[in-house]
Design a protein around this ligand. Structure first.
Ligand SMILES: Nc1ncnc2c1ncn2[C@@H]1O[C@H](COP(=O)(O)OP(=O)(O)OP(=O)(O)O)[C@@H](O)[C@H]1O
Ligand SMILES: [Mg+2]
Length: 341
């Protein structure tokens, strides 16, 4: 069980005090996956760093498994950090160590015997799906694989709590989903409490049971994910939910188009400062006498021309797609064929 009681964190700077976390109360049950979402500067990282004593609260208490984190001695805090471990957006791996030796590192520090380290690292490598890559160096791994090393390293000392600071923000959507699936598996298998912070509602929706929405250091909304999703109360939450639904809708629409007209093509037209989008499309439709469906568009007119993109569906037909593509290119529009999003 984790509890924050009226936690405040103020940074003293030359330009004055900054209150990064402002009277936050919260309770997290064991085995929960608890998400904190907020825009940049909301105070998320400062908050999560107080769970393992990387930051000390200015006021209030941070209680993790009945220990008051801000009041622990150095030695006790060191031991506590073995049980409250952390993964990061940029992985924080040791670049001169192999996968295996990165995972072994916290075990070496904890004074675990060599044979036990060997056994444990082997099991962890298997657990996170990195078998065969144990002797690779971080620079030889993809982002997703690097985060798998980060997760294995964080699990080395059998933690009770895993803190994730934007752990998927540097990854592409598919790799993000794979890492999120791994976190859910670990949560279920080990009954590990996970606290994660993110600026993506998708991450919250996919794996969290509870969510808090943070703005200017405060929790402006908190509750079960399903309730917050169904009935967002504050403007900031409504924005997160809306962005998430929009991305989801587009995905579904694209799938529908593909199912109904499997021989058609979906193109993304990127406008990079050239002619206005409407005449361009009208010209193509007229010249080739085809129905082009606009699925989604986000195009902005500026002093320097039209910027943005449009996702369109081209039906199967007796016309040359290559010619259309060339024509669009000549008009300054870049074309991506068969986009998935
Ligand atoms: N060590 C520090 N010294 C002074 N100010 C700090 C310090 N750390 C954070 N802040 C300030 O506290 C506020 C919250 O920062 P924090 O990094 O917690 O936000 P965040 O929600 O994690 O943002 P992001 O999404 O960009 O990572 C910001 O105004 C930031 O400038
Ligand atoms: Mg942050």
């Amino acid at each position: 069980m984790i509890e924050l009681n009226k936690v405040v964190k103020t940074f003293k700077t030359k330009k004055g005090d900054i209150t990064a976390v402002d009277h936050v109360d919260l309770k997290i049950d064991k085995g929960s996956i608890y998400g904190v979402i907020g825009f940049s500067g909301a105070g998320k990282s400062t908050l999560i760093r107080m769970f393992n004593g990387l930051e000390t609260p200015t006021e209030g208490e941070v209680i993790v498994d009945s220990a008051n984190i801000g009041k622990l001695s150095k030695q006790d805090l060191r031991l506590k950090r073995q049980k409250v471990s952390m993964i990061f957006q940029h992985f924080n791996l040791l670049w001169s160590r192999t996968v295996k030796d990165n995972i072994a590192f916290p075990l070496e520090i904890a004074g675990v015997s060599k044979s036990e380290i060997n056994e444990k690292t082997k099991a962890l490598i298997k657990r996170v799906g990195l078998e065969g890559r144990e002797n690779a160096y971080p620079s030889q791994l993809s982002g997703g694989q690097k985060q798998r090393v980060g997760i294995a390293r964080a699990l080395a000392n059998d933690p009770h709590v895993l803190l994730c600071d934007e752990a998927t923000s540097a990854l592409d959507p598919q790799t993000t989903d794979e890492i999120l699936d791994l976190l859910v598996d670990i949560n279920k298998e080990l009954n590990l409490t996970i606290i994660l912070i993110t600026h993506e509602m998708h991450v919250i929706r996919k794996i969290c049971d509870h969510v808090a929405v943070m703005e200017n250091g405060k929790f402006v909304e908190e509750g079960e994910v399903i309730n917050v999703f169904n009935d967002p109360q504050t403007y900031v939450t409504q924005r997160f939910v809306k962005d998430d639904l929009k991305a989801d809708d587009l995905q579904r629409t694209l799938e529908d188009f593909r199912k109904e007209q499997p021989n058609g093509e979906i193109w993304k037209l990127n406008f990079v400062g050239g002619t206005s989008s409407e005449p361009v499309l009208a010209k193509i439709i007229k010249t080739y006498n085809i129905d082009i469906n606009v699925i989604e568009g986000d195009v902005k007119l500026t002093q320097n021309g039209t910027f943005g993109h449009m996702i369109v569906h081209l039906p199967q037909g007796d016309y040359s797609k290559d010619q259309i593509k060339k024509e669009l290119n000549d008009l300054g529009v870049k074309v991506e064929v068969n986009v998935s999003e």
